[in-house]
Every structure is written in C-alpha cells, then in structure tokens.
Design a protein around this ligand. Structure first.
Ligand code: GTP
Length: 564
C-alpha cells in the first residue's frame, strides 16, 4: 500500500530522542470506531493534519484520535527505541507497528487497562521495540474521556533510561522541598494551633498528591489495579483538594473577612458548591461534568488568589505585596499548564506541562517566607507585650512584676552562694501636697524625675522599680546593709538636687528612705532563703515608716541583727 506522507519520517539511529508531535499525522474518528485497515485508508485521504507543536492537544471529552508516524531505520541492525505517551490519564491506547501490509505488533494499553496488562510497568503508556532495518509505520488510536493531550516521546532505550533518572531527581527535589515545608508547617500548627499553618500544610500535601496523581506516579505505585477511570476521578478530586486548602489558607493568612466580607463569602461558597457539584457528578458517574467543574474551580482558584492579593494590598495588609507577587507567578504557571492540558491556546510540551510545578514550588517558598516572617513578628509582639507588662507606663522603669521577674534568678544565686543583698524603699515626702497645690500633672513630672534620678544613682547590677504610688524600691545585690545605708544616703542627697521649675520657682523635692539588708549572708539571724526577700522588703518598709515618723528626708535602718 502506498501512503501519502506529509510529516517527515524519523530516521534512526541518528534521531536519539525527542517529542515527535511535528512528525505525526492525525485525524479524529467521525462517529463510529474504525478498524486499523479503515484508519490506514483514511490516512491516504486529504483530511489529515500534521502536529505542528511538540505535542498534539485536542481538548476535553473529544472523539478518539488516530495518529501515524514513520520510523526509518537506516542502519543494518535492530535498534531498540522506547515510545511513551506522557499523559498518564489517557484511557485506551492501541499501537500497531506495521511494515508494508504486515502488522508486526499490536500493543494495547492506557489507564483503562489493569496495570499488569499494560505494555510496560510504567507511569505512562509506553513500550520498547526493536526496530528492524528499513521502514516501520506506527499507527496509534487513543480514546479518553479526559483531556486529549498527546505528547509522544520517542527515544533510544539508553536515552529513555537517562531521562527517567533525571525525572526521578527532579521530582525528588520538588517533592522534597514541598514535603519538608509541609511537615514544618504541620509541626508549627500542632504546637501553636494557628490555623494558617495547618491550612498551608494541607495545601502543600494536596499539591504533592495532585502532582503525584497528575504525573501518573501515584497510580504506578499505589492505585495501579483500581480499574478504569479510577485515575481520572482521583486526578480531579486531588486537583481540587489543594485549591480548596489554598483558598482557605489565603483567607486566613490575609484575614480577608476583616475588610472584604463579600469576597470572603464568594471564596467560601466556591469551595463548597463546586466540590458538591463534582460529588453529584461522581454519584451519577458523569466524569466530564465533574471534570469541567474541577477546571472551573481551578480557574476560580487562580482568579480569587489574585483578587484576594489585590484586596489585601489595598487594605494595607502586611505581606500583601509579596503574596500578590507569588500568587500571580503561580497563577500564570497554573494557567499555562491547565490551558496546555485542555488544548486551548498554549502549546503542550515538557515546559508547559511542568510549569505548574515550578510555579507552585516558587509560591510555596514565598508563602513559607511570609509565614516565617509572620511567626517572627508574632514573637516580637509577644516580647513587646511582655515588656509592657513589666514596665510602669508613667516612669518607664520596672513595675512590681518587672522587679520580681528580674530579681528571681539573682536571688536564687545569692541564697545559694550565701552572698549579701539589701533593699532600699523610697517614698516622696508630702507628695499629696504637690498634687493638691500644683495639679496631678506636676505630680507625674515629679514621679518621672525621681525615677530618672534613681536610675542614674543606681550602680550597675542594682534593680530599681516603681513600687506603687509615690514609692520606689531598689534591690542592691552583693551589698550588706551598712553599705546600702551609705548608698541610700547618696540617693537621698541626689533627690534633693532634682531641678523642677514651676512658675519660675524650683520645687524642693525630698524623700524618706528605709533600708534593710543582710550581713555576712545572714538576715534576721538566719541564712538568706527564698522567702527572705519578702521579709527584707517588710523590714525596709518599717524603716521607711520610722524615717517618715522622725521628720522625713532621711534614711532609716531597722537593725535586723537586733530585731527578732
Ligand atoms: N500625680 C500622681 N499622683 C499619684 C500617683 N499615684 C499616687 N499618687 C498620689 O500620691 C499621693 C500619696 O499621698 P500620701 O500617701 O498621703 O503621701 P504623702 O502626701 O507623700 O505623705 P508622706 O508620704 O507622709 O510624706 C496621693 O495623693 C495619690 O493620689 C500618680 O501616678 N501620679
């Protein structure tokens, strides 16, 4: 039989490997299935197309396609080549290798066949063949309910093996990064219970599963004998799992509800209604209907991601810009792959097929950067809040809480090593009068000035705080009572020198001070113990009372060595 040939034959062994769409002629069955002989006849008519791209992509739920190409073995020996059709969801694929009128081999396969009946234990439809010297015509019939994307790869066996190894490394790297990020965020979620980490982890896991399914890997290892169409259904449900998790992750991360209530509602509804529709399709075994909904959700996913990014940007949400950048990049990549698979506008090739994975990996890294920064700023907020809780808002020195939290570790050390320590309590004299005569504001200024004076007068290592009202406290580590008394006297003198001018007159500010402290590591005849601090403060308070009673503006010490 003489064949009308438009596409150039593949000359082996010169041709080593490549996607051979441009060498393939094809047509689609009009109504009823054709036999090989009928198809061969059809190829001699004029209504034949030649693939112009690397791959042939005919759309979703279309009529079966017949393909034909010629292999010309120019050598005098057998040449072993592998043919693989690298879309794992094609349902029924039949290949006939013919030489003249003779059919050399018929190789049926596709995911409509149980795994063990397929020509090669491989994630795609593939077979290897020893091509005889001379010309071999290859006829392929493909029937599928899913997207009819047909990237035919033809390669010398050793090249095919190299390509498998390289794909293994590429996927290993991609899934390694994604799985590490997913696990890390899952751990964060378990420990800090913040929803976005959990959703982000789900999003990544969903993406990995989707990619494993979409590239045929999941079906090769786990679901190989689940029967015809199982793969198609699994693909579309996994396809929407990551979209749903991704949309809810974004809602939570960008807090969309706070400034875009309507959009938030649309996202929630889309993630409920579309999957519900798909489930209905599943119950009634309407694969095409559910598949359309899956494509719709993925298109919504891309659009909603970008819209949410813009809304967040205009609402001045932190990280909105970086989110927008990552989502636009990922959206473009997802669109490229989706359109290529659906056979619309974008040519299908290795790059457009893998664009989704590159885009998602980039997005995953950028989103985890956002989460890491968010985590850090939450930590900073916590540190700031703790600092606030320990600081007196008027004087900006420690409050009681800050005082205790600073002293506790030091006090343990002092009691363990039997060192000395003292307490000085300071109370402003006639403070009520300042308030009454000059106003509360002046009172506040005096308190602030006193805090500054005390801070300056303290030595390195001393811990001061506002004890309450107009009372201040200083803890002096490594300081016996006699020395603390001298230090208190110095502070009293410093307080007298505070310069506060009111209506041209200097206010005379004085304070009374009470001191209590240990001597040779003993206080009140006892070794210093964890509860001694409390009793030392009480003694200092008593001393302060004495100082007030005996005329104010003086330092008083309760002699703890005599007191019982
Ligand atoms: N301006 C201002 N006044 C405060 C603050 N906290 C407490 N006070 C005032 O401090 C005054 C303390 O009065 P008193 O306890 O009678 O003490 P005093 O007038 O200094 O008398 P002596 O201690 O005996 O000299 C009260 O009038 C409180 O209202 C504050 O944060 N700012």
């Amino acid at each position: 039989m003489a064949f009308k040939t438009n596409a150039a034959a593949i000359s082996i062994p010169d041709f080593k490997e490549g996607t051979i769409g441009a060498r393939v002629e094809y047509f689609q069955e009009a109504d009823k299935p054709l036999s090989l002989a009928q198809a061969q006849k059809n190829f001699t008519t004029s209504s034949i197309k030649t693939g112009s791209n690397q791959s042939i992509s005919l759309g979703i739920n279309v009529a079966p396609a017949w393909l034909k190409f010629t292999v010309l073995n120019n050598s005098s020996t057998l040449q072993k080549y592998r043919l693989s059709i690298e879309t794992p969801w094609l349902d029924y694929i039949d290949t006939w290798l013919t030489s003249g009128k003779q059919v050399l081999k018929h190789i049926p396969g596709g995911d409509g066949y149980p795994f063990e009946q397929r020509p090669m234990a491989y994630r795609f439809y593939a077979f290897e063949h020893n091509f005889e010297p001379g010309q071999t015509e290859v006829y392929i019939r493909i029937e599928t309910k899913g997207p009819m994307a047909i990237p035919i790869h033809f390669s010398a066996k050793e090249h095919a093996i190299k390509r498998d190894i390289s794909a293994g490394y590429q996927y290993g790297l991609l899934y390694g990064i994604m799985a590490a990020l997913a696990l890390y965020n899952l751990v964060l979620y378990v420990f800090i219970k913040q929803q976005e980490y959990g959703l982000y982890s789900l999003y990544l896991i969903g993406f990995i599963l989707n990619s494993l399914s979409y590239t045929g890997q999941l079906h090769t290892v786990i679901t190989y004998d689940f029967g015809a169409y199982f793969q198609d259904w699994l693909d579309i449900f996994l396809m929407i799992t990551y979209s749903i998790a991704g949309l809810h992750f974004t809602r939570t991360l960008l807090k969309t509800k706070e400034y875009a209530l309507k959009l938030d509602g649309i996202v929630t509804k889309a993630t409920i209604l579309i999957p519900s529709g798909m489930l209905v399709g599943f119950v009634f075994n309407q694969l095409f209907f559910s598949m359309l909904l899956a494509f719709l959700l993925n298109t919504c996913f891309v659009i909603l991601f970008i819209v949410m990014g813009f809304k967040a940007y205009y609402a001045n949400r932190p990280f909105a810009l970086i989110f927008l950048f990552s989502s636009v990049t990922a959206a473009l990549c997802i669109t490229v792959s989706t359109l290529a698979v659906a056979g619309i506008v974008v040519p299908y090739n290795d790059y457009t097929f893998k664009a989704i994975e590159v885009g998602m990996a980039l997005e995953a890294i950028l989103l985890s950067l956002i989460l890491a920064r968010q985590f850090r700023s939450a930590q900073l907020d916590k540190v700031i809040a703790e600092e606030y809780a320990r600081t007196d808002s008027l004087t900006q020195i420690n409050n009681r809480r800050g005082f205790h939290s600073q002293i506790n570790p030091i006090w343990q050390n002092i009691t363990r090593k039997k060192r000395d320590a003292s307490i000085v309590l300071i109370d402003i004299d006639y403070f009520k009068k300042f308030n009454d005569n000059h106003g509360h504001n002046t009172g506040d200024k005096i308190l602030t000035a006193l805090a500054t004076c005390i801070t300056k007068a303290c030595r390195k290592g001393d811990i001061s705080a506002r004890w309450g009202g107009e009372e201040f406290i200083i803890f002096l580590p490594e300081t016996p009572q006699e020395q603390a008394k001298l230090q208190a006297e110095r502070i009293r003198q410093e307080i007298e020198t505070i310069e506060l001018i009111l209506d041209g007159n200097k206010l005379l500010i004085t304070a009374s001070l009470g001191v209590a402290g240990s001597h040779n590591g003993m206080f009140n005849h006892k070794n210093l113990a964890p509860d001694t601090l409390e009793s030392m403060i009480n003694h200092a308070d008593k001393a302060l009372y004495q100082a007030k009673k005996q005329g104010k503006n003086q330092v008083h010490v309760v002699n703890s060595r005599k007191a019982s």
